[in-house]
Design a protein around this ligand. Structure first.
Ligand code: CA
Length: 592
């Protein structure tokens, strides 16, 4: 690897100073972790591709992963090598950026039992790799439940340890995070009655360092004292048990399949937990803590510094796992170490990341949520509209957002230049009816019939610019289908995002004016990224390859007749088989 070559000239060297938010030394042209830096801003300081010239962007090269399932996440660029991951069977590729067309250096295809494919709620996605510089190792969470460490130079397995067990309903789909000398992994399986948790492993040996659960006694959740003294509903002992009926917390979900951010100064990492199990709220009276919760934890021992539950007693499957983006802002005249989170429940939250106090909670998408009128900033609790509560006694109609959320995992971007968030959103609403369900290990534990459909104005998505200091929308770009891929902001004054039709678009970060677009081979549910090649040129890369929950119809070959199929997604996206085809392809662009 030749980092010096990548950072040629004083230009790049000065940009390296800007990139020091990350504790890992990273050149301005590299992209060494999921969101480029630990704060998950998905912001690049590169400026070669700008507002003025992005209209000239052309396809430079492409790479097929050979896998048909949905491709989420983004590749990493470390030195002169690009590392690409695929959906199940979770193949990892190393590509040589010093040679024309970036030929393959190695591929690693881990052995996995095909039976694991049946224990995945929403296609066979994977959100990417993590990297540890000291050992030169890559880490990937395999769908069947093992955490795999690879030598980045040879692609050979270094160690492989079990973290989840598909036979009992837990799988893995998220990108792990490396902090110091540990790698932290989450689990999926909120629709299978599993018990959510995060687990830290030693990067050298794969040995478990600590494990923190989302539900259960404080000792298991690693809560000491009150979880969040700011709010009465968050004070007290063992709320992870007492806010459940009986032992329902033992299969209470709160899975951990989203994005993880980290603040090296505060030494806290941040993530959200998913829905409580099952989806039938009548079976689990109470707040169901700590599902639907933002956690701030010490990575050294897993201990929670604070927790904040966004949707107590969820009745809609509004998983709270979307990214926690760390940024500094002036709010109400005061400087704040802030955290922004665009929840599935339709509210955009800004919290003080030092103490878990909510400062702003406002709608962010095309439409406002209707299940709650607002978040009460004094109590921290949503003010619910009983008309849109759900039950097994009847079908509740017209709930916004749908279970898939006004935004799902597709990560937003933040530009410290414009001080705006760029949020890819869905505009989908739903009907929802609870159903009594019995738990059996490794079997579906959903307990609801859901039908999704386009929300207000008959569009299915929008790309939104949002001011985190006020919670006001600055502009939006309407999309026929959902903006179901991630966002990228650059110092060139541009924001990139992908659509389910397969367009990769570049828009002006200030005005939202479309500047360029390219139609990729499949729908985009991956996240655009940018890097400086060994030739000194800036490139933009994105994985095309539709699937995930919204694209499950294409990825899993589900016919459009039943609008409740794919947990309700077919109702909203049933026409999609006539719009895009499956297939994972990495597309890379550059100026001529
Ligand atoms: Ca869920």
């Amino acid at each position: 690897m030749n980092r010096i070559k990548l950072c040629s000239g004083g230009f790049a060297a000065s940009l390296m100073v800007l990139a020091t938010a990350s504790a890992v030394a990273q050149g301005a042209g590299e992209w060494t972790m999921a969101g480029r830096t630990y704060d998950l801003q998905r912001y690049s300081p590169l400026t070669q591709i700008s507002r003025a010239n992005v209209k000239n962007l052309k396809a430079a090269w492409s790479f097929s992963t050979g896998v048909l399932s949905g491709h989420e996440g983004n590749p990493l660029v470390i030195g002169t090598v690009m590392y690409v991951h695929s959906a199940f069977p979770n193949v990892v590729f190393a590509l040589d950026l010093t040679k024309p067309g970036a030929p393959m250096i190695w591929r690693h295809q881990p052995a996995q039992p095909p039976e694991a494919k049946a224990i995945a709620c929403c296609d066979l996605v994977n959100r990417g790799l993590a990297y540890h510089a000291g050992t030169n190792r890559l880490f990937i969470e395999l769908l069947q439940g093992d955490l795999l460490a690879l030598d980045a130079k040879s692609g050979k397995q270094v160690w492989r340890v079990p973290n989840a067990d598909y036979k009992t309903g837990s799988t893995m789909t998220n990108a792990p995070i490396v902090i110091k000398d540990i790698v932290i992994a989450g689990i999926s399986g909120g629709e299978f009655g599993v018990r959510g948790r995060v687990t830290a492993y030693d990067v050298n040996t794969g040995k478990e360092v600590w494990r923190a659960y989302s539900t259960g006694p404080d000792a298991d959740v690693k809560i000491v004292g009150d979880a969040n003294p700011n709010y009465p509903s968050h004070r007290g002992k063992d709320l992870g048990v007492s806010t459940w009926q009986g032992d329902e917390w033992q299969r209470g979900g709160g899975t951990t399949w989203g994005w993880y951010s980290y603040d090296p100064q505060l030494n806290l990492f941040y993530y959200g937990s998913g829905n409580p199990g099952s989806w039938n709220p009548d079976q689990r009276p109470g707040d169901n803590k700590w599902s639907m919760t933002i956690f701030a934890r010490n990575p050294d021992n897993g201990e929670a510094k604070w927790a904040y539950q966004m949707t107590p007693h969820d009745e809609w499957d509004y998983d709270g796992v979307n990214e926690m983006v760390l940024f500094d802002a002036t709010i109400g005249g005061k400087p704040v170490k802030a955290l922004a989170h665009f929840d599935r429940n339709g509210f955009g939250y800004v919290l003080d990341r030092t103490n878990g106090k909510v400062l702003v909670a406002q709608p962010y998408a095309h439409a406002a949520p209707n299940w709650a009128s607002k978040i009460d900033l004094t109590t921290g609790v949503p003010v619910r509209n009983p008309q849109y509560g759900t039950t097994s006694k009847k079908n509740t109609e017209g709930i916004c957002p749908a279970a898939i959320g006004f935004k799902d995992q597709q990560p937003s971007a933040y530009s410290p230049t414009t001080k705006l968030f760029y949020v890819p959103t869905n505009n989908i609403c739903m009907d929802y009816e609870g159903v009594d369900v019995k738990y059996s290990a490794g079997q579906w534990y959903v307990g609801a019939i859901v039908r999704m459909y386009p929300g207000p104005d008959q569009i299915r998505g929008a790309f939104v610019a949002w001011d985190p200091t006020t919670g006001a929308k600055k502009w939006e770009i309407k999309e026929n289908l959902a903006a179901y891929g991630g966002a990228l902001a650059t110092a060139g004054g541009i924001v990139f995002y992908g659509t389910m039709e397969g367009w990769l678009k570049a828009v002006d970060a200030t005005t939202g004016t479309e500047l360029w677009k390219f139609k990729t081979p499949s729908g985009i549910i991956g996240n655009p990224m940018t890097y400086l090649g060994p030739d000194g040129k800036q490139y933009v890369a994105v994985l095309s390859g539709v699937g995930g929950w919204a694209g499950a119809g294409v990825a899993l070959g589900i016919s459009p007749e039943d609008p409740t199929a794919a947990l309700g997604a077919i109702g909203a996206f049933g026409d999609y088989t006539n719009i895009s085809n499956a297939g994972g392809t990495l597309m890379v662009f550059a100026l001529p």
